[in-house]
Design a protein around this ligand. Structure first.
Ligand SMILES: [Zn+2]
Length: 121
């Protein structure tokens, strides 16, 4: 597997920046929009239990987005430090194709599969 070329790193960086924009927007949407939406949607058919469930769901989604945002920022930091694209477990290149599909990946596919049982990524 080859190390990334400067062009590939540039491309992946743009991809990460784009992801970061999207995630930040989604998180803001959760914070500002959905609380309002939930309360204005209260009608006859919506009871408290549904509202609670809705709120739980939003909280979980927001947590997931926040976790993803941290991964994106971590990846961007690694680009700055010049360690991006290197597997954190075995030190081998992760590979451009895999990074293009999942730019926040920090393990190569082999290590990822090995770690899969312990960690959900
Ligand atoms: Zn590895």
């Amino acid at each position: 597997m080859d190390y990334l070329t400067p062009e590939q790193i540039e491309e992946l960086k743009n991809l990460l920046l784009q992801r970061r924009e999207e995630v930040i927007q989604r998180i803001q949407h959760f914070v500002e929009g959905d609380t309002l939406k939930v309360s204005s949607d209260v009608g006859d058919e919506v009871d408290i239990a549904d509202l609670e469930m809705e709120r739980e769901k939003l909280l979980r989604l927001r947590e997931r987005e926040t976790r993803y945002l941290r991964k994106v920022e971590y990846a961007l930091r690694k680009i700055e430090e010049g360690t991006y694209g290197i597997c954190e477990s075995c030190g081998e290149p992760i590979g451009y194709e895999r990074l293009k599909a999942r730019p926040v990946a920090i393990y190569c596919i082999r290590c990822k599969e090995m770690l899969e049982a312990q960690e959900e990524d």
